[in-house]
Design a protein. Structure first.
Length: 569
């Protein structure tokens, strides 16, 4: 039989958020500018009669309000402008029996009657000390009527009364209240400051904690020191007096950085199976795919800021993790990071609407694994070459060309702006292609007799070639009407409208090359006849719209022909 566990009826345990609550200005964490301003105001006797402390939760608003109230009533303030903790006023404050400090929680006392009760107390002078301090927490919860009742007293309070208002939602406070207060904006506490304070608490509690473990707790707290201390107590209850990185990850159910580093390495190698298996392991641990996408996007963002020493300070991570980021960022080309961020953002947007979310994430991973990073790195190196830097600094225009890196199943294009030289090279290339097509059409002189049956057979063969080339519309047009062979070697073909004519003219040279070769007659010519006049018809299809615009601006046709552009449907 197992022995029974007897619990002591009363525990002496005090949570760290209360036990290590700052008692002086110097012990306040992460708000140095605010505490310095308050100390200087006390020292120079320039105290306002109304303060507004605003900022996120757990950053020290109420703590600073209590320290301020304690210090201004201290009968023997130290040279460092701190309460002495020895006078009667400090002792009564430390024991929670001070009559000079009145705290009101506006979240539960937000009516006009509560404010009227407070106003009635303001009239009485303090019995011990110089000031009566009224701390109103979550002041934005006061009703509109309560705010109005409070306005006059806040504007002209008695000389001995000081109001300290605290809120997490400054925008909900009416402007007439804001104009009557000195406003102090408390900022989120940095990860480094939280980690250092947690190390101090761990030392006081005789807990052996790994620095990486404290860094994870600090990141999880999201700038709130009170949250960090609550998480620390939770981890100590789980792990005992030795807190490790693995204990924190396991207890808080956090997807650690190693998973993201591993997945990124597999994407850089182009190892699709390993990347998919890594994602499967993450799912097996119970993490959501959407959570993984957000984390991988944040990982890519961290790699991006590490690419430059001036932005590396934006990385919020511990020393060990920071070194890993710096190492991987050196091996990751910037174009790949930008491509990854774009792909992951699109997957994140479409995740909730996807019927198969897992496949969506896996598809994103496969796309990123397919990027040929060797070519991307070469392009990046070329763009960063000394030649380009020198020519740029000297004021000369640089030659920028579009770099296309081959990939397994796709193409990844580096974004660039075409210069005049690149446009000229494209035009020269197009001229060479046009000359080659003209040479193809310049067949040896042939004049074999052609019959209508031979023309029909050759015409049918060409339509099948069009079908295989996925030019269904043109193939259908050629099959709808029969070509007619005339005695002067002209082939008359009748179509219905300008749209069909546009499609046929785009492919006319290829059609005639096929007919002349197959029928062995280089004198054949194609004459297109339109049965209906649709010149006044309102443009509807993309081809009609383009034709209409080209009538007004003929340069569009030249642009389309020179670059062999297609009209999208």
């Amino acid at each position: 039989m197992e022995p029974l566990l007897f619990l002591h009826p009363m525990s002496d345990f005090v949570v760290s958020a209360r036990k290590y609550r700052p008692a002086t200005f110097d012990t306040v964490v992460g708000q140095g500018s605010i505490t310095s301003t308050l100390k200087n105001a006390i020292k120079s006797h320039h105290l306002a009669q109304a303060f507004l402390f605003c900022g996120p939760r757990g950053v020290g608003k109420t703590t600073c309000a209590r320290i301020l109230a304690k210090t201004i009533n201290c009968q023997s303030v130290t040279t460092a402008v701190e309460a002495c903790d020895k006078c009667d006023s400090c002792k009564s404050f430390n024991s929670g029996q001070s009559l000079n400090i009145y705290e009101l929680d506006a979240a539960s006392n937000n009516s006009v009657d509560d404010i009227r009760s407070l106003i009635d107390q303001v009239r009485f002078a303090p019995q011990l000390g110089d000031y009566k301090v009224y701390i109103i927490d979550e002041v934005h919860m006061l009703s509109a009527q309560a705010f109005n009742a409070f306005l006059k007293t806040l504007e002209e309070p008695p000389k001995h009364a000081i109001f300290i208002l605290a809120t997490t939602e400054k925008h909900k406070i009416i402007p007439t209240i804001l104009s009557r207060c000195q406003i102090f904006d408390f900022s989120r506490i940095t990860i480094d400051d939280i980690a250092k304070h947690l190390a101090f608490v761990a030392l006081g509690e005789k807990v052996e904690a790994e620095p990486d473990a404290l860094d994870v707790i600090a990141q999880k707290a999201d700038g709130a020191l009170r949250d960090a201390l609550s998480i620390f107590d939770q981890i100590v209850s789980f792990a005992g007096n030795k807190v490790t990185y693995e204990d924190v990850i396991r207890n808080l159910n956090i997807l650690d950085h190693d998973h993201y580093f591993n997945v990124m390495d597999q994407m850089l190698k182009g190892n699709i199976p390993a990347a998919l298996l890594g994602y499967d392991q993450i799912l097996q641990k119970g993490f959501d795919g959407h959570h993984f996408l957000a984390g991988l996007s944040a990982h890519c963002r961290n790699l991006m800021v590490c690419k430059d020493t001036s932005t590396a300070q934006l990385l919020e991570a511990g020393a060990n993790v920071r070194e890993k980021y710096l190492d991987q960022s050196k091996r990751t080309p910037l174009p790949f990071i930008m491509k990854a961020l774009d792909t992951l953002t699109k997957a994140d947007i479409g995740y909730k609407a996807a019927r198969n979310p897992r496949l969506l994430v896996e598809l994103a991973l496969m796309q990123l694994c397919s990027v040929n990073n060797v070519e991307v790195a070469a392009a990046e190196k070329k763009n960063d070459s000394p030649e380009l830097s020198d020519s740029s600094s000297s004021g000369n225009s640089t030659k920028t060309t579009e770099t296309v890196a081959p990939v397994a199943q796709n193409k990844f294009k580096s974004i660039s702006t075409p210069s005049a030289n690149s446009i000229s090279s494209l035009l020269n290339k197009k001229a060479e292609e046009t000359k080659k097509q003209q040479d193809d059409l310049a067949l040896p002189e042939m004049r074999e007799p052609v019959t209508q049956a031979q023309l029909d057979a050759s015409w049918l063969v060409y339509t099948e070639l069009l079908r295989k080339a996925n030019k269904i519309n043109l193939a259908t047009t050629l099959l709808n009407r029969k070509p007619l062979l005339q005695h002067d070697h002209n082939i008359e073909f009748t179509i219905d409208n300008k749209v069909q004519e546009e499609e046929l003219l785009q492919d006319k040279s290829s059609l005639m090359l096929h007919l002349r070769r197959s029928l062995r007659n280089s004198y054949l010519q194609l004459v297109v006849i339109i049965t209906r006049d649709e010149s006044e018809k309102k443009p509807y299809t993309p081809s009609e719209k383009f034709r209409k615009m080209a009538q007004k601006n003929p340069a569009l046709n030249k642009l389309k022909q020179e670059f062999d552009l297609d009209i999208e449907y």
